[in-house]
Design a binder for this molecule. Structure first.
Ligand SMILES: [Zn+2]
Length: 343
């Protein structure tokens, strides 16, 4: 479903390129300024990522249990639970968009030789189905981190006209719901519990390690949940506008309302998306916009200037750093930015 919508929005982008060029030209100076900052940030993230992967490969040991995870949040939670007793690897490389990821032959090879595969599920890892089949690993144990989680069926109120295609897409959306459950600390705790229990089942020899590590991480998740509750209870029913439909679970948990203008992060927003954003800003009387860090939102930064709205980053954690503590760091940044944007 996400893929279909992405293709559709790319088509829209092409159709309206002329309009866009006019906007881009008029905002050229501003675009240069924001472009420079992003490049610098991206380089820094990449440097950190490289040093992290060096650290993890230096403790590699072929006798350890091999655990594959799909993308960053699954890696962070699994690494937190497994600690040093297993080798944890990630299939989707950092800097790649998991929403339209295409599996590589190396991914198939990795799955063919792994004992355990941890996934978010809920349709997040569309690339996995054929990849697991092609790997023909009959001994592979799959851990579905979202097992037992009650999903939000409806995609958030994206501001758009319903046409036939859109209704068709909706049928896909209802099948598995919104997959971004890891962004709610309470559901993240459920995912950590699912991963812990799955690892204990698959590798009972390390049961105590998994239990101890999971308990420590869960304690931190509880603390994080308390911080979100205390801070966001001061701004009930705050409406926030995003450009990635990744935050309906945070919204539901802490009594906020997310309005997503586009479902998945786009490198460039179309003029139609900008129009949707403008009408959402007027309709909900918001004071801030939230954007995905690392996405080149030149039109969005110009829009926030035009509308005199502050733009804050809101991290989906689909990309970032590989230290399990990164979850808490990024989520606390999200909390601070939501607090500022909701004032
Ligand atoms: Zn996403």
């Amino acid at each position: 479903m996400y893929k279909l919508n992405r293709l559709k929005s790319r088509k829209n982008l092409l159709n309206s390129w002329k309009q866009q060029i006019i906007v881009i030209t008029s905002l050229f100076v501003l675009s240069i300024a924001s472009g420079c900052t992003q490049t610098q940030e991206q380089t820094q993230t990449q440097e950190k990522t490289e040093s992290n992967s060096i650290q993890s490969s230096s403790v590699s040991n072929s006798e350890k249990t091999q655990i594959l995870t799909t993308f960053l949040p699954m890696y962070l939670f699994t690494k937190a639970v497994a600690g040093d007793v297993a080798n944890v690897e990630m299939l989707v490389p950092l800097g790649t968009d998991v929403h339209d990821y295409q599996a590589t032959p190396d991914n198939v090879k990795a799955i063919a030789t792994a004992r355990i595969l941890v996934k978010n599920g809920l349709g997040m890892e569309e690339f996995l189905k054929d990849t697991v089949k092609n790997a023909e690993n009959t001994k592979l144990i799959e851990i579905d981190a979202s097992k037992g989680i009650k999903v939000i069926d409806e995609i958030s109120p994206v501001e758009e006209v319903k046409d036939h295609d859109h209704d068709h897409d909706h049928k896909h959306e209802h099948a598995e719901g919104n997959p971004h459950v890891w962004l709610d600390p309470v559901l993240a705790k459920q995912q950590v519990i699912n991963i812990r229990d799955g690892l204990i089942n698959a590798d009972p020899a390390n049961k105590e390690v998994y239990q101890t590590n999971a308990a420590a991480y869960i304690q931190e998740l509880d603390k994080l949940n308390n911080e979100f509750q205390q801070t966001l209870s001061k701004t009930p029913n705050c409406t926030f506008i995003t450009f990635h439909d990744a935050f309906p679970y945070i919204a539901q948990r802490y009594n906020l309302k997310q309005v997503a203008v586009v479902q998945i992060p786009e490198d460039q927003l179309s003029p139609a998306d900008i129009q949707k954003a403008i009408s959402a800003v007027k309709k909900y009387n918001v004071k801030a916009l939230f954007s995905e860090p690392g996405i080149d939102n030149k039109l969005l930064s110009s829009l926030s200037q035009d509308l005199k709205l502050t733009m804050y980053p809101l991290k989906s954690l689909e990309n970032g750093e590989t230290n399990p503590q990164y979850y808490f760091q990024a989520m606390r940044e999200n909390l601070q930015n939501l607090e500022k944007g909701c004032k």
